[in-house]
Design a protein around this ligand. Structure first.
Ligand SMILES: CC(C)(COP(=O)(O)OP(=O)(O)OC[C@H]1O[C@@H](n2cnc3c(N)ncnc32)[C@H](O)[C@@H]1OP(=O)(O)O)[C@@H](O)C(=O)NCCC(=O)NCCS
Length: 208
């Protein structure tokens, strides 16, 4: 059972990362596909994400998941808030009974440096270059913004101006204070991040 990482964030919020080594039928014994996915690896990633929801909370009602127009999956009665991410052979999920959540995982790659000025504000980009211009760090800043984007869930977000990260020194694991500045919502939150050897994880949970 290749559970890669698990964190019980508080009594009602849990997070896990799974390293996918199993064949599809391992996951389909517990969960089913929610839509037709023809690409076998994408199908496996989707199933592993859904599997993690039940792994974290066995009474999670997978069969009640709806998909919004923005593609955000949600439970109409909000018994749980949840967020899913997958990348390469990993899947991650965060599930909470009473907090809004967002999670993202990424494999750090050098090419993120090319797009960093597109998702970081001028101030963030300057700070990133002065303090540490490693591609691993750029990946984790991207991952934090993706987790915020999923926490919000309703799309129409300008990453540069609406997702603001207030970071100074960045180590392999820590917290970044962040601001979500949207015409409909203003919220402050803390982004939690961790850099593993070849995987970057970022997540957020805030009170509803
Ligand atoms: C939706 C998005 C966040 C998915 O991210 P990704 O890295 O491609 O894929 P991940 O594996 O991390 O996440 C996929 C999961 O996110 C979830 N998801 C999809 N859309 C979502 C949304 N709008 N809100 C919350 N969660 C969403 C789903 O659970 C999906 O997995 P599933 O279909 O198997 O259930 C991404 O495609 C996106 O649109 N990002 C914003 C792009 C953007 O505006 N960029 C501008 C920056 S310059």
């Amino acid at each position: 059972m290749p559970l890669f990482y698990q964190q019980n964030i508080n009594p009602s919020t849990k997070l896990a990362v799974w390293q996918i080594t199993e064949p599809e039928d391992f996951f389909t014994q517990t969960v089913s596909l929610q839509r037709i996915i023809t690409h076998p690896h994408k199908r496996l990633q989707h199933l592993a994400g859904r599997y993690l929801l039940k792994f974290l909370f066995p009474d999670f009602p997978n069969e009640e998941i709806f998909i919004a127009d923005t593609k955000k999956p949600y439970l109409p009665y909000e018994q749980y808030h949840f967020s899913i991410s997958h990348c390469s052979n990993y899947a991650a999920a965060i599930v909470s009974k009473n907090q809004r959540v967002g999670v993202d995982i990424e494999i750090p790659k050098e090419k993120v440096l090319r797009i960093a000025p597109k998702f970081l504000s001028a101030d963030e980009y300057e700070k990133f270059k002065i303090r540490n211009s490693k591609f691993e760090t750029a990946t984790l800043l991207w991952s934090c913004k993706e987790a915020m984007f999923k926490w919000w869930g309703w799309g129409e977000v300008d990453f540069k101006t609406m997702l603001q990260l207030n970071f100074s020194a960045l180590t392999d694991a820590g917290i970044i204070n962040a601001c979500f500045v949207h015409p409909k919502v203003y919220a402050t939150m803390q982004l939690n991040y961790q850099l593993f050897e070849n995987l970057c994880l970022a997540w957020v949970c805030t009170d509803v």
